[in-house]
Write a protein that binds this ligand. Sequence first.
Ligand code: HEM
Length: 509
Amino acid sequence: MGTVFSTLATMAMMAIGFLLAQIAQAYIWDGKNEDGTIKAPWAPSPPHLPWYWNGYKEFQTNTYRALTYWSQQLGSIYSIKMFQKRVIVLNHASVVRKALVELDQWNSSRPLTTDAIETIMGDQGKTVFTAQFTAHWGRLRRAINKVLRDAPVVLDVVGKDKKNKKNSTMQQFQNVLHQGKVDPTLLRTMTNRLAMEAVIHMVMGEQSKLDPEWIDTLIQVCHDIEQLQSSRWYYQYGSLVPFVRTLGLLLGGQHRVVQLRNKALDILLQMDPITNGNSVPTSLSNIEPSKNDPTPEPIPAEEIMINTLHLIMHGYCLLATSFFTLLQRLAQQSPIIQQQMATNPAWTTSFVAETLRYTPPLRLYTHTAKKDHTMEWQETSYRVDEGTYWLINLDKIHFDASYYPNPYQFDPERFLMNNKDQVPSILDDEKRTQGGVKDHLAFGVGRRGCLGSRASQRWMVTLLTRIVQEYELRGGDPDTLVDHSTGIWSWTGRTETKGATIEFIKKTN
Ligand code: HEM
């Protein structure tokens, strides 16, 4: 009996000790470095926010617009608590360059914990999107880049699917355009299919097996997961409040997500990925570790497949969103501009760049700090703790008149090569002499920048050129936006264009 009591007493003491250590960490040591010196102050914060929610309620209602509103009072860098989680918001390209390019070794990580959906879809930080800043993450990126950098544009896949006797996705799309007037719902469905097929080819290789039913199922899974994430409170709050995430898991919140994830993985397995020549799964299974990688073992098959799935879902979602907006924007251009795009690829490339500047599908994205440090910027020191989120606010940066004169005017010419000397490059003035379309941040920044950017742009430019060569477009609505509270799969959201009917008028010659 005595032994039982003494064991219980020891456990109680341990629990109290743990609790006191947590309180000491949170309150007594908060604001102090390990050597006891005082940390630099946080970047300024908006005043009078409610005690517990802090900025979250406002953010949940107005998303990036709330962040832009606060930036008008607080400037290029400020910090805000979402519940009790500290987030540093960056609203100017030069402070983005400081934090995420010059200090990239410290600030290119991802959080240890995320909400239940991101945890399941990223298999607890194992995909290239969710992994922390480690040699292993670098290995994933190298393997993926090897495939994506040269991924070909595949537009015309097999004429007919023999088994199902269905037209190919491109044939279905062409049939729809032949109808003349196409309503936004049908156009979006077709755009989704084209984007999913394109991304599967980029990731799985040109030769991968592809059944039209798989395309629709993968699209449906992606939408179901986004729907789930925006409709359940424990997913929405889980990234910012660890307790809520745990509660969500206890309530069985992961069950449906696991079902959906497995449904998608079953399809990927049927595509014969490993034997497939130049594909991401093959590249991931062959890639050598770097010399300093503490995990040099071959990448396990499950990790390869979960990475492949995450890439496909991210690529599909953003490519479909971007291409739909491009069509809506194109339909608003004069016949002269459309004709210029039909004959001059530089024009189409600039058009894509300007559309992504004006309407980026992700107006916010995050990196996290890998360690405590101080950032010096414009003669001020700012505190950064390990795990602090950096939030890059394109809603402000992409409309900065010092980079983009008349920022609220849609003007593809600003990206044309012959105009490049008038347009400062947003992150690096040296790049200005090289011109190019990277002068916006829609594809991310620094070490975690998008590896699919070039393949995506090639695909969008090629398909758009084909469309303007065959049709003149009229109608469309690129300016009515729909904001989602989740993006693939993060809490920072995604924005798309609602769209309107577009008339496709067949050109005679
Ligand atoms: C128009 C289409 C796309 C847009 C707008 C886009 C945008 C982005 C953004 C904003 C990021 C985060 C960057 C950051 O954190 O700094 C990102 C990362 C990434 N994207 Fe994309 N993306 C697109 C298409 C694709 C496609 C098609 C693929 C692959 C098939 C892809 C693969 C990746 C990868 C591998 C990363 C890096 C993950 C990391 O290291 O954390 N993306 N993308």
